[in-house]
Write a protein that binds this ligand. Structure first.
Ligand code: ZN
Length: 682
């Protein structure tokens, strides 16, 4: 599971390092961040591209740096797999667009060319033709004539065949063709109406029947069915095609395996080497039992300072929630900053035992919740350029129960967001109460971090399923309800005096800043990321809307939350924070029950009633107010560039870092050097 950034939530605006210094939590502020760092890289459409710092990287040992180097190489090398998973024409389209872009010799200020460049930047950002968040296909603002003239001007070896050109033209210019990456609309075939390449030539019914037939529902240690495979038909029969050496994506996976093999020679310790070797074995066999063995070794390696994920991890982009997207993040522990999450983890059982859910659905013993604050060294696949700010893995429920899970907060990413947001006018527009703005300035950086920690370290790890309940029972609503469960756990405990007792907060009112921001975002400001006339679709956004709207509705009689128009502007006031906390606890109890019992109908009703439909009038107002601020709705990152220094035997003795690469330079370099599926790779 991953926690995504509340992109434009007020909270991110309020970074004030000084205000953190008077609380015990000041140890989480890594002072080695360079205050003069230039975060802004590029800006187009609804996107801003930033860069992030890697504080402390230079202080790692040469061996750790070499390990990181090879893991980052392995991470980038899988990039094409994600592109192909996102849509079967994405790789061919990317090559053609990049060929046009690099060979263009016309007027760089030509509006047609500028529109073409914008489209290419969007496609790079979406890892394909669809928006990473809305899932809608990008709309080109250049003409088909311009496109065809550019293609005609390409050198012969870069020309597509007429058939390829016909289909790619349709991909770009026909708005109805592959219109939606992932369709989650109620009541239609989610597979045939989604453009992802995770299924081919099969219907939702056929896929569900196929898995119902092969799933061993009695197993206490079930594999993650479908995780690393495309489902298609051969000779009229439904079959799975695993991603592995010798299988689908073999050219990319073979390269990854070779890089992991070298990385293993720089491992920090035998346990970490065993993790890497098991991952290699999984990539060689495609066997999901081996993936579980790998996940167990990985979750039990808590001693290493360098860590990584590499594989098919999150299944948000499968309409049925089964097949996972390729992703890799390489990171190293931020030792000083991990104190906060260690305190939370050490007290995991207290939080579980005191949670407002039915004792039948609580864990008697919360095992091995580990938590740490990390700095990302590289973001790849589905974590690039848009990235999560927190991760909690593995996803298999039984492994989490028996072996625990690792939970991380990515500090250098949240720090970059905060720094880039400073002073953009958002709070002045949407938070009318100046006392609340002051509270936010003082506390949102720390309460945002705490919310992430509680969500990842405790929220996802809490609760238990009743015996015999299918973990996939909530189907298309599972992701939204799971995120709601983790968010509610975090919200409920943010207001608990226990956090003061543990020294994590120094002000009993601090949580109000987070509550206010959460409700404001869930009910109003996150709507700025939705196009007029559209519903809320993404799981995290649905979850935030569900929680906020439900609390508003249930607290209406007591005026817990008041939403009213003042001088033509809708504003939100929270009158009773303690009552709001109790409402969060009540909803947590209900969603935990739904998960524990696999109550699909109740889950569906909650999501559809509170999490999906948008009030068009409010929506337009938010968009209008937002447009007066110069804030990009979405953000992502370019990676640092790592360059190895080698001895005469080719062994790495040091790795240098640079931050000067532009967004197009990085994308084009990745396309030239890390694209085994198109035959371009070092
Ligand atoms: Zn989550």
């Amino acid at each position: 599971m991953k926690l995504k950034y509340l992109v434009m939530a007020a909270g991110a605006l309020a970074l004030g390092l000084a205000s953190c210094n008077n609380s015990k939590s000041s140890s989480t502020t890594d002072m080695s961040f360079d205050p003069n760092f230039d975060y802004k890289v590029d800006r187009f459409a609804d996107i801003e591209v930033l860069r992030y710092q890697v504080p402390g990287f230079q202080n790692l040992t040469p061996k750790q740096k070499a390990l990181i180097y090879y893991l980052t190489e392995a991470g980038i090398m899988g990039r094409d797999m994600l592109w192909d998973q996102n849509g079967k024409y994405n790789l061919a389209l990317r090559q053609l667009l990049e060929n046009i872009y690099t060979s263009y010799s016309g007027d760089p200020t030509d509006p047609q060319y500028k529109a073409f460049e914008k489209y290419l930047k969007q496609v790079w950002f979406g890892n394909g033709i669809h928006h990473h968040y809305s899932m809608d296909k990008f709309t080109p603002e250049f003409s088909q004539e311009f496109f065809e003239a550019q293609v005609a001007g390409l050198p012969a070896e870069a020309q597509p065949t007429p058939e390829q050109l016909a289909v790619l033209t349709k991909v770009i210019f026909d708005p109805k063709f592959m219109a939606k990456k992932v369709n989650q609309a109620d009541g239609v075939d989610l597979i045939t109406t989604s453009a992802t390449n995770l299924y081919e030539g099969v219907t939702q019914k056929e896929v569900e029947a196929y898995y119902a037939a092969i799933k061993d529902t009695t197993s206490l240690t079930p594999i993650s069915y479908g995780l690393n495979r495309r489902v298609t038909k051969e000779n009229g029969k439904v079959v799975e095609q695993p991603y592995k050496v010798g299988g689908l994506y073999s050219d990319a996976i073979t390269k990854i395996v070779a890089l992991l093999d070298t990385a293993a020679t720089y491992a920090e310790n035998p346990q970490q080497e065993a993790v890497i070797r098991e991952l290699i074995k999984y990539y060689q066999t495609g066997d999901l039992k081996t993936f579980d063995d790998y996940s167990i070794l990985w979750v039990e390696d808590t001693a290493s300072q360098v860590d990584f994920i590499n594989g098919f991890i999150e299944s948000y982009d499968d309409p049925l929630g089964m097949t996972a997207n390729y992703e890799s993040i390489v990171n190293y522990k931020n030792l000083a900053a991990s104190h906060r999450t260690e305190v939370i983890s050490e007290n995991a059982q207290w939080f579980e035992s005191n949670s407002p859910v039915d004792p039948r659905f609580r864990k008697d013993e919360v095992k091995g919740v580990t938590a740490k604050v990390i700095n990302a060294a590289i973001l790849c696949g589905d974590a690039y350029p848009a990235t999560p700010i927190g991760i909690n893995l593995p996803n298999a429920n039984w492994i989490r129960a028996a072996h625990g899970s690792k939970s991380v907060t990515i500090e250098n990413i949240t720090q970059a967001y905060d720094a880039a947001n400073h002073g953009n006018g958002f709070n002045e527009e949407f938070v009318p109460d100046t006392a609340m703005r002051t509270l936010m300035d003082q506390y949102l950086f720390i309460t945002d971090n705490l919310h992430t920690d509680l969500h990842e370290c405790l929220g996802h790890a809490s609760g238990r399923m009743l015996p015999g309940v299918d973990p996939d029972a909530l189907k298309a609503y599972g992701s939204t309800l799971e995120e709601a469960r983790a968010d509610l756990f975090a919200l409920y405990y943010l207001a608990d005096p226990k956090l003061l007792e543990l020294g994590l907060l120094d002000n009993p009112d601090a949580y109000k800043a987070e509550y206010y921001k959460y409700i404001l975002n869930g009910m109003m400001t996150q709507l700025m990321r939705i196009e007029p006339g559209k519903d809320v679709e993404e799981a995290h956004m649905r979850n935030r809307k569900l929680i906020s709207e439900w609390a508003y509705e249930k607290g209406k009689a007591q005026n817990v939350i008041v939403m009213e128009k003042v001088d033509g502007k809708t504003q939100i006031t929270i009158n009773d924070y303690e009552a709001l906390r109790q409402l969060f606890g009540q909803l947590l109890g209900e969603i935990q029950r739904i998960k524990s019992e696999g109550d699909y109908e109740a889950g569906r009703l909650l999501v559809e009633t509170y999490g999906v439909k948008v009030d068009p009038e409010l929506h337009n107002e938010v968009l209008a107010r937002y447009s007066t601020l110069d804030i990009p709705p979405y953000r992502g990152f370019v990676n640092p560039v790592y360059t190895p220094v080698r001895d005469q035997d080719g062994r790495i003795t040091d790795v240098t870092v640079s931050f000067t690469e532009s967004y197009p330079e990085q994308m084009l370099r990745y396309g030239r050097e890390y694209s085994p599926l198109t035959g371009h790779s070092k």
